[in-house]
Design a protein around this ligand. Structure first.
Ligand code: NAI
Length: 393
């Protein structure tokens, strides 16, 4: 089996937001794609959405023939249609028991050389692979939403995964026009782990009454160059997703206080104020709603920006400390997966690890909370005044 040289059939399980997006990426890379969903309604929606997208791609001159691309898709309600697939990517509901059942079933249908992948954001690949008779063919391929537009793909080998598989999948993702990174099977992988302080520290600053959300958002976009501030971004992602990811990461890290969820965000979720999609989250999205201006205080905004950035850098450095991924991949993940203006390790180099370490020590000194402990690697680099990207690491 060679997925790299031949455009072999790919199967996608789940035709929701992610499944449809991944199917589009695979089809545009030249593969025939079978999309399976238990819901006929979801399949019909996916067929219509993909048809509209393909029409728009033609209008923009990005593809020549709509028919050729449309003909690559086959929509099915039975996994039996997957017997010829050489790669199956599962993107169904985030529920371990259901995923395990589906992996067990699909393994009985496909050939022995078919790769089985999960797009899970929060479950361990090892636990999904354990459902299979041949767990060595199971791997995580984590796309970002919307899959056709976001370049990053996290490739996650489980402990059971065959040694050669991660590189093979990486090559394939490059052929699909993606920027793959290889990451250990740990909670949140790279992006959903390293990004946590962007939300968590912003929430804490607000909850302590140090600044309001408008000012925190302005500090991160204005001083930091982030495309959206933390509160606007949480509203955009939706609290049903963003809060749940935080809680899952917190639990999965055995309740490490660095990832502690916030009551303010939990209450929004409980109230059904999910963000943009429900018209109300931290901000009010009603047309007549007033926008409150941020507090114009440079010292305050600098303090906010530094505090959140120090926590983000500490998280990235700690991910490297635990060998979650390479330093290059950690930086690539944050720029290509969540559009950060630059990689956090590069940012640390620019500021100086000693400066970032001093900032964290000061926070720790003030709060005396484990949450603000500097990573051992940041401490080392700070004391030795080392850089991550000058070849000395
Ligand atoms: P979704 O809710 O939009 O779509 C899930 C689809 O799976 C639905 O159409 C549903 O009918 C179908 N489904 C449920 N059980 C099934 C089964 N047993 N067999 C076949 N189809 C079944 O969900 P979404 O957002 O596309 O997420 C799917 C997966 O991707 C989840 O594991 C999620 O954690 C992950 N993910 C989601 C991202 C996001 O931003 N939405 C980003 C990256 C990963």
């Amino acid at each position: 089996m060679n997925l790299l040289n031949e455009k072999l059939p790919v199967g996608i399980i789940g035709s929701g937001a992610m499944g449809s997006g991944i199917a589009q990426v695979a089809a545009m890379a030249g593969h025939p794609v079978k999309i399976m969903d238990t819901s006929r309604e979801a399949l019909e929606k996916s067929r219509n959405n993909l048809g509209n997208i393909i029409q728009k791609l033609k209008e923009k001159g990005k593809i020549e023939d709509t028919g050729e691309l449309i003909n690559k898709f086959e929509f099915v309600t039975d996994l039996g249609a997957f017997s010829s697939c050489k790669l199956v990517i599962e993107a169904i509901v985030e529920n371990l028991e259901i995923k395990k059942k589906v992996f067990k079933e699909v393994e009985g249908i496909v050939a022995a050389d078919c790769i089985l992948a999960s797009n899970t954001s929060s479950l361990s690949i090892a636990s999904i692979a354990a459902a299979c008779n041949a767990p060595e063919r199971v791997i995580g391929i984590h796309f970002f939403n919307p899959a056709p537009l976001m370049a990053l793909v996290e490739i996650i080998p489980a402990v059971q995964t065959a040694e050669a598989l991660p590189n093979h999948v990486c090559q394939l993702m490059k052929q699909w026009g993606k920027a793959p990174v290889i990451v250990k099977d740990t909670p949140g992988f790279i992006v959903n782990r390293v990004a946590r302080p962007f939300y968590g520290e912003a929430l804490r600053i607000m909850e302590e009454g140090i600044a309001d959300m408008e000012t925190i958002d302005a500090a991160m976009t204005g001083l930091g160059g982030f495309r959206m501030g933390p509160f606007a971004l949480m509203d955009y992602i939706g609290h049903d997703v963003n809060y749940v990811v935080t809680e899952t990461v917190f639990q999965s890290f055995f309740y490490d206080s660095r990832y502690k969820p916030s009551f303010s965000q939990k209450r929004l979720l409980e109230a059904g104020w999910l963000g943009r999609k429900s018209g109300r989250g931290f901000y009010n999205y009603a047309p007549e709603a007033q926008v409150k201006p941020p507090v114009q205080d440079n010292a305050l905004q600098n303090m906010i920006f530094d505090r959140i950035l120090f926590m983000l850098i500490n998280e990235a450095v700690d991910a490297l400390h635990w060998n979650i991924a390479s330093k290059e991949d950690i930086d690539l993940a944050m720029t290509k997966g969540v559009n950060y203006p630059k990689g956090l390790l590069q940012w640390c180099d620019e500021l100086g690890a000693d400066y970032v370490l001093a900032g964290l020590e000061s926070l720790y000194g003030h709060y005396k909370e484990d949450r603000y402990r500097p990573s051992p690697l940041l401490r080392k680099y700070g004391i030795e005044k080392r850089r991550f990207f000058d070849g000395t690491f």
